[in-house]
Design a protein around this ligand. Structure first.
Ligand code: EZ4
Ligand code: CO
Length: 409
């Protein structure tokens, strides 16, 4: 079974996605997600200009060899663009191998370790009453674990918070509503944030009781000592995790946070390799690893990372916002089902336009996701539908302090 072609599809059904389609000489196709939010065309070029010509004629069954060939062979290792490209090839080859076997991918990864993957959704509100409505809307949709983000008094807008209550507070995407050629800019104030967040969790616990798993994303905005304080202040509200408390690439910063708080910590959505985690795992500085299949070298890359985390008793929390395409999401679900050290799966539902282009078969029942038993990943790509949604540049926002200093977000 040889690779006949590797084609890159860039489409924008409600937001931008880059998909690799690998076709074999016996007519099987495999899909891989290569979407890097705000830098999509770099990965498309990497794949089209530098990877597709290397793939044609290769044995499609040699997944590990192809991974190593692209990773080591390029000389320039790691990095978000490279690893998203490697991920797309790897995921498409796993899709093909599982289709050839007539099995859902999770069977090739060792079979199911559970009946489904606990998913968490994104509740948000500009103020507490709007947030409580959003949590209620998520519970009605079947979510059994919920991420909580709110506006901060004194700040105009905050990333991660829906700019309207329509849709239950789920959509805070910068696409397509705020699509423009330049990134939006937001103003940030960490002291106002630190004062406000504990009052939000107090209100949510008062309304929904102690049982509901609640999560929060700090989007890398705090210093270690600020994060230590927030972790302590949130202990009474028993969070499932506090995510990205500090800039993720500074692994040793987590030592200080860990010394001060028992709030569980999650990090890693911006990482692209197991090497980004070595200190975090060996010193048990986090509780959950957040990498996506799409950004960390595919099914092969993420499986290696999750196995390494498992040795230290650290669990998965695979990144699953709407900029992970349904292809990347399906790949995550097969790993979620198969690995022993599953923790939770992020699940922001895709827009209807996205689901017109990507035909999914995964299910969401009683708060649990299941990838379905369709052979392969279980996702189809409708090329005619994809052509109806041309690419348009769109960016994540940039954060500044009141005096104009660029800040993490
Ligand atoms: O900001 O996917 O936990 N989820 C997140 C996401 C990320 C975006 C970046 O592309 O933090 O909303
Ligand atoms: Co996050």
């Amino acid at each position: 079974m040889r690779i006949a072609s590797a084609d890159v599809v860039v489409t924008s059904p409600a937001r931008n996605f880059v998909t690799l389609v690998i076709t074999t000489d016996d007519g099987l196709t495999g899909l891989g997600d290569a979407t890097l939010n705000g830098r999509e065309l770099s990965v498309a070029s990497y794949l089209r200009d530098h990877v597709a010509p290397l793939l044609e004629g290769r044995d499609a069954s040699r997944i590990e060899d192809t991974w190593q060939y692209l990773y080591r062979g390029a000389y320039w290792r790691r990095g978000p663009v490279t690893m998203a490209a490697v991920a797309a090839v790897d995921t498409a080859l796993w899709d093909i191998k599982a289709k050839a076997a007539g099995m859902p991918l999770y069977q090739l990864l060792g079979g199911a370790s559970r009946t489904g993957a606990l998913a968490y959704g994104h509740a948000s509100g500009r103020d507490v009453p709007e947030l409580l409505d959003s949590v209620r809307a998520h519970l009605e949709r079947g979510y059994r674990a919920i991420r909580v983000q709110t506006g901060i008094p004194g700040l105009d807008s905050v990333y991660g918070v829906a700019s309207s209550a329509a849709g239950g507070g789920e959509r805070y995407d910068y696409e397509p509503a705020r699509r423009r050629p330049l990134p939006a800019e937001e103003t940030w104030d960490t002291r106002a944030y630190l004062r406000h967040v504990p009052t939000v969790f107090e209100a949510v616990r008062a309304e929904f009781g102690p049982g509901l798993p609640l999560l929060h994303d700090g989007h890398h905005r705090m210093t270690p000592i600020q994060a230590a304080r927030l972790g302590k202040d949130l202990e009474p509200y028993d969070l499932f995790w506090l995510e990205d408390a500090t800039p993720a690439e500074d692994q040793t910063a987590l030592r200080l946070i860990r010394q001060h708080t028992t709030t569980p910590l999650a990090i890693g959505e911006v990482f692209n390799s197991a090497h980004d985690y070595t200190v975090l795992l060996q010193e048990r500085l986090i509780d959950y690893v957040r990498s996506a299949v799409t950004h960390a070298g595919g099914v092969t890359g993420l499986r290696r990372l999750l196995d390494m985390a498992g040795h230290f008793g650290i669990r998965s929390g695979i990144h699953g916002p709407t900029d992970i395409s349904p292809v990347g999401m399906a790949a995550a679900l097969h790993l979620d089902l198969a690995v022993h050290n599953f923790g939770i799966q992020e699940y922001m539902r895709h827009a209807p336009e996205t689901l017109e282009v990507f035909r999914t078969s995964f299910t969401f029942t009683d708060g649990l996701l299941h990838p379905s038993d369709t052979p392969g990943l279980g996702v189809g790509l409708d090329l005619a539908a994809a052509e109806r949604f041309p690419y348009a540049p769109a960016y994540l926002p940039v954060n500044r302090l009141a005096d104009g200093t660029v800040h993490d977000w």
